[in-house]
Design a protein around this ligand. Structure first.
Ligand SMILES: [Zn+2]
Ligand SMILES: [Zn+2]
Length: 404
């Protein structure tokens, strides 16, 4: 029984605390948060809670007048307001004067705004400030006061108007492209995507698309006279891309450049020569390729051969070393190359001999021409032949006399 009484007493004490706490708690004015699109009208509710009983109110609603336009109000549970619109200063003032204290919780006013058409999509704060008391006389008229002219100072929780992102103020918010018709080597394709907000569909053309190989292909072998060409080929049609030219010097050392000539010759002489001779020349090729340093592109100078991407990249960066002796001999070669096929036809004996024979032939021909070019050498030759003819004539005369 004692326990029951003590329990009831405790309940009474707790409830008494709660009542006094609620009686002492401060009034709160809360401004609502709303959102809308450009051009639409919104109503921002201003509510009071823990209302102790108010007879007169005078307050300012502040807002961003560059985005919002004040259009009016609903008075809530109160009788009427006197309104002063200062939209040029971004606020509108409200004054309410009741005949007695009103202690109702709820919406004291609902302020209406129209969102301007050019307002940027973002959150605009709506706040409440006490009116300038000096304007109304601070002694007579507090911002919030009761019938005893006691000042009431509610705390304020600000609200906002959020201008929504729309396709009009932010552009369309497109999703991923969907390929409706894929492109190929001869036809453009079509792709489309939808706005995730307004479902507007955007169509676009896909340009003609080739399936290019990763590797380059030799289109034209390099010769001492002309640069070679390589490009990436389409696997489906004859289209090419990324055309690269390369010089004779860039693609290998001297032996490998000679071997390209012998490759052409070996095709001619394959039928006549033994297969062992061709094999030996190929071994020379592979050995010469192995001697190439790592920076030098390893490219087979034959039409149709594939060139891996890394070798093609090496070609772009590679600069062949300048060797004056080799260069001079190679510079002479192009001038005489018109004659070399004849020399090759003359001597079909072996590939290695051919290479050396062409060299010696060209060398001897250049020596002969230079020998007769100088007048001193020419004179010596004439004197020599005159002497020989003289000796022969002398011998014939001596033999004729002995016979007699
Ligand atoms: Zn849209
Ligand atoms: Zn193609």
């Amino acid at each position: 029984m004692k326990k029951l009484i003590s329990f009831i007493l405790c309940l009474c004490v707790i409830s008494a605390f709660c009542i006094t706490a609620s009686a002492d708690s401060k009034p709160v004015i809360t401004i609502s948060n709303v959102s809308a699109n450009n051009g639409e009208e919104v109503a921002v509710d201003i509510s009071i809670s823990n209302n102790p009983g108010i007879m007169a109110m005078a307050f300012c609603i502040t807002y961003d007048s560059s985005a919002l336009e004040y259009t009016g109000y609903d008075k809530g549970y109160l009788s009427k307001y006197t309104v002063k619109d200062h939209s040029d200063q971004g606020h509108v003032s409200f004054v309410n004067d009741e005949s007695s204290d009103k202690a109702t919780d709820g919406v004291i006013i609902s302020v209406k705004f129209k969102i301007k058409s050019d307002a940027s999509p973002k959150k605009y704060a709506i706040s409440i400030e006490n009116l300038n008391r000096q304007k109304y006389g601070s002694k007579l008229y507090k911002s919030f006061s009761n019938s005893k002219l006691e000042s009431i100072e509610p705390s304020v929780i600000s609200g906002s108007v959020t201008v929504n992102e729309t396709c009009e103020n932010s552009g369309h918010n497109y999703g991923d492209w969907t390929i409706t018709t894929p492109a190929d080597c001869t036809n453009t394709g079509i792709k489309s995507r939808d706005c995730l907000r307004c479902y507007t569909t955007q169509n676009a053309l896909i340009p003609i698309t080739h399936d290019f190989e990763a590797d380059w292909t030799i289109d034209k072998a390099a010769t001492p006279e002309e640069d070679g060409e390589m490009s990436r080929h389409c696997t489906l049609c004859d289209a090419v891309t990324d055309k690269i030219t390369f010089s004779y010097e860039e693609i290998g050392d001297d032996t490998s450049s000679d071997s390209t000539d012998s490759d052409i010759e070996s095709d001619v002489s394959k039928d006549e020569n033994s297969s062992s001779g061709v094999d030996s020349s190929k071994n020379e090729n592979s050995s010469s390729n192995q001697t190439n340093n790592n920076n030098k592109p390893n490219i087979d100078n034959t039409v149709g051969e594939k060139v891996p991407q890394q070798e093609a990249e090496k070609l772009e960066n590679y600069q062949p070393p300048k060797e004056e002796n080799d260069d001079s001999s190679e510079i002479i070669l192009p001038e005489d190359t018109n004659e070399t096929p004849e020399n090759i036809e003359d001597e079909n004996s072996s590939i290695d001999n051919n290479v050396t024979a062409t060299d010696t032939n060209t060398n001897s021909s250049t020596q002969e021409s230079s020998f007769f070019d100088t007048p001193l050498n020419l004179a010596l030759v004439i004197i020599g032949t005159v002497l020989v003819i003289g000796i022969i004539v002398l011998c014939i005369v001596i033999i004729a006399r002995r016979k007699k």
